[in-house]
Design a protein. Structure first.
Length: 361
């Protein structure tokens, strides 16, 4: 396991046609599965591809469809094309996917995590120089158990008007995400891992998770280990997020805290995310919404998907390419001359993308 150390308007974007480079690089390239997603997904995916081509990253893309399939027993899955592509390529990049709220549909993101057993969600949150928020100097990482907890989908009606949802915590899942967190901290020169929990209330479920974190901590004596109640952690984050480093937690807490941490540095539009699974399978993604109101209008910000792509390159061992692209993104935001509306600028998606390409050199 490597622990990280097309809408029409997009096709007319005003950058050089670099497709000949893609063809030349593809002969020796690693193939990556690409799920463009819904809404603004195709245009931000196109932006990422063009930046990767300009940086001469040795990748080839295999686009797949993830339209959900409902099986006879009611379970949801994704097309076999997507499953086979990910099993073959092992690495994927995914744009935002839409889930119909309140219509009985299962989240496609959840379906993908289950299908490929992506047990750990990794989300770095780092202040961006030149983009002012209420906080500065934020540099923390949330690591979320990705397969169980309240999101196990075990619900039933007890009697009319009374429903029950089960929280599933297992030793196996808790131990592997705990050890992942400590290994990540060691590989990335992090100092402290903090387990976030509510074992004072949920003594058995969160108690088991906490026990696994303590077991992992004993194997990594070089990493400082702390424990913090969920509510106390939320308070600490809004008071002074710089006091925290790596946070590891069960599924629901991670879903909430990772978005909270993203808000500290500017929101989901500038926050990368990666999901790590067994057999070297990993899926990196933009976790913001599909933004259908601006889809196809050349207004989307591709930063989150692009920085997720940077995480992907580091996971693949292509660190020089990752550093070069990341540096170009940070420089573009720091200079603030050509940035999108959500970053308090006036540039289009295509103009912002071209500026990043210009800053590669």
């Amino acid at each position: 396991m490597n622990v990280l150390g097309s809408c029409r308007s997009c096709r007319r974007l005003p950058w050089k046609d670099l497709s000949h480079r893609t063809r030349r690089l593809a002969t020796a390239a690693k193939t990556v599965t690409l799920i463009e997603g819904d809404g603004i997904g195709p245009e931000i995916s196109s932006a990422v591809q063009n930046i990767f081509v300009a940086a001469e990253v040795p990748l080839a893309w295999e686009k797949v469809n993830v339209k959900p399939i409902v099986l006879p027993d009611g379970r949801t899955t994704v097309p076999d094309e997507c499953i086979q592509s990910m099993r073959k390529n092992k690495i994927g990049l995914k744009g935002p996917l839409e889930t119909q709220i309140g219509k009985g549909a299962v989240s496609l993101n959840l379906t993908l995590r289950r299908t490929f057993n992506l047990y750990a969600n990794l989300r770095p949150c780092r202040s961006l120089e030149g983009y002012q928020t209420a906080y500065c100097g934020v540099d923390l990482v949330t690591i979320r158990e990705n397969t169980e907890g309240e999101y196990s989908g075990i619900e039933h009606e007890v009697v009319d008007g009374v429903v029950q949802s089960m929280k599933l915590i297992t030793r196996e899942a808790s131990q592997r995400v705990a050890e992942f967190a400590f290994q990540y901290a060691r590989n990335n020169n992090r100092q402290t891992v903090t387990a976030v929990h509510k074992a004072n209330i949920m003594r058995m479920t969160d108690g088991l998770f906490l026990s696994c974190c303590r077991n992992a901590a004993e194997k990594y004596s070089d990493i400082k280990y702390n424990e913090m109640f969920l509510d106390t952690c939320c308070l600490s984050l809004v008071q002074d997020p710089t006091q925290l480093d790596v946070l590891v937690m069960p599924n629901l807490y991670g879903d909430i805290l990772s978005d909270l941490c993203a808000g500290l540095v500017g929101g989901l539009g500038v926050t990368p995310s990666g999901n790590i699974g067994f057999d070297e399978v990993a899926l990196f993604e933009a976790v913001h919404g599909t933004a259908p109101d601006i889809a196809g209008k050349n207004k989307a910000n591709p930063t989150a998907l692009l920085l997720s792509g940077v995480m992907m390159l580091r996971h693949m061992g292509l660190r020089d390419y990752a550093n070069r692209i990341e540096g170009a993104v940070f420089r573009t935001i720091r200079e603030g001359k050509v940035i999108t509306g959500d970053l308090k600028g006036t540039a289009t998606c295509s103009e912002y993308t071209q500026e990043i390409i210009n800053n590669l050199n």
